[in-house]
Design a binder for this molecule. Structure first.
Ligand SMILES: Cc1cc2nc3c(=O)[nH]c(=O)nc-3n(C[C@H](O)[C@H](O)[C@H](O)COP(=O)(O)O)c2cc1C
Length: 370
């Protein structure tokens, strides 16, 4: 292995998207849209601050894709109609003006939906009640409800929703879309054996459990063309089952990443609690498994708080880019601070108390980071 080092501030390219450094804002749901799913008043400044702060790429919070079963949270933004789309134009423009790129994360909540203004029910691969409890900082309360088993016809609606949302993302000026295949939401429910008891072509072995990923990825690619950036996010842990591991471990990881890369995506985004830690019993991290199984750019996420965490991944060639979540909320200018050797603020969960929205966070920052 070469001992050449890569700077966090070196250029990179995903597809034909030129990036000025290796630093990405991780997708984070902030429940700060209007009730109809259009972008809310604080969102432009929120996203623009990351761009002004030096991140080369921003991945938005998960946007719901249709008016059937996809919405997960009250005040979650959507990308399901023209009005939603129009509301993002000023945000994508502001981010571009400040010198960064922006990708829309497309998300279907499936069984983990805590609120849906369009239907009174959640839908998932199988009628399995989710583990854990709803998230109170997203206006949830108590146990999840048991979803209905989604029909094949409704699966077609899911795919059509992702396709429509991806087209709208292009029209709104985004540089690409990321399919949210992680963290326990709908696609991950299909991937996971205990939430997918189906006996049709969407259930059973790993290849079948990846069929929804395949159909969404190939349909979206067909709709947006070869140039528009298309990525996909994977995790083992879920928001309602933190310690979950893929059952066949490295074999599942290798199969999944190799297969997904064959479908024509531009990048893979992996998230773990600690991006640098081994994913299974061996020594390889999840991002490293993605890098060595797929010939694609890999974005790694999880616990990358300091410059040294980011450099470790980059220099060991475990990832090409690093996405930063909570530390970016405490430091929207993380790249600029690190590049100029200045002190970073510590993240505090008080930013999400009682609600993980932008108003609460702004109040916290005004009081504590004056
Ligand atoms: C408030 C909050 C909201 C999040 N919302 C999303 C989301 O919409 N989509 C997603 O893929 N991950 C979401 N995540 C997970 C983050 O992208 C990231 O994986 C996690 O925070 C770990 O990275 P970190 O250690 O840098 O914070 C969210 C995390 C937080 C803290």
């Amino acid at each position: 292995m070469s001992n050449e080092t890569t700077n966090l501030f070196s250029n990179f390219k995903i597809g034909n998207m030129a990036l000025k450094n290796r630093l990405v804002v991780a997708p984070m749901t902030r429940v700060s849209a209007y009730e109809d799913g259009t972008a809310g008043p604080l969102m432009k400044d929120y996203y623009q601050a990351f761009a002004a702060g030096g991140f080369s790429l921003i991945i938005t919070e998960g946007l719901y894709t249709d008016k059937h079963f996809s919405q997960g949270y009250k005040y979650q933004p959507g990308l399901a109609d023209e009005t939603h789309m129009e509301s993002w134009k000023t945000i994508t423009e502001a981010v571009h003006k400040a010198g960064s790129k922006i990708i829309a994360q497309l998300m279907h909540a499936g069984a983990l939906s805590q609120y849906n203004k369009y239907t009174g029910q959640s839908a998932a691969p199988s009628a399995v009640k989710p583990l854990g409890e709803e998230m109170t900082f997203y206006y949830g309360n108590g146990e999840y409800s048991t979803p209905k088993e989604i029909s094949q016809e409704e699966i077609e609606d899911v795919i059509a929703g992702f396709v429509h949302a991806a087209r709208l993302a292009k029209e709104a000026g985004f540089d690409g879309v990321e399919i949210h295949g992680a963290n326990g939401y709908l696609l991950d429910q299909f991937l996971t054996v205990y939430t997918n008891k189906r006996t049709d072509r969407f259930g059973g072995n790993l290849a079948n459990r990846l069929n929804l990923y395949k159909e969404i990825i190939t349909s979206v690619r067909h709709a947006v063309g070869a140039e528009f950036i298309l990525g996909v996010r994977f995790s083992q842990g879920k928001v309602n089952d933190f310690e979950y591991k893929w059952p066949a471990k490295e074999a599942d990881a290798r199969y999944t990443f190799e297969y997904i890369s064959s479908l024509g995506v531009d990048y893979i985004h992996t998230t773990e609690h600690v991006a640098n830690a081994p994913a299974f019993d061996g020594h390889l991290s999840l991002s490293e498994l993605a890098k060595t199984s797929a010939d694609l750019p890999v974005i790694a996420n999880g616990g990358i708080n300091q410059e040294k965490d980011a450099l470790k991944l980059l220099n060991a060639k475990k990832a090409d880019m690093l996405s930063i979540g909570k530390a970016a909320l405490a430091n929207p200018d993380w790249p600029n601070l690190v590049e100029s050797g200045r002190q970073l603020n510590e993240f505090s969960f008080e930013m999400f108390n009682p609600i993980a929205d932008l108003r609460t966070a702004n109040d916290f920052l005004r009081k504590n980071h004056a």
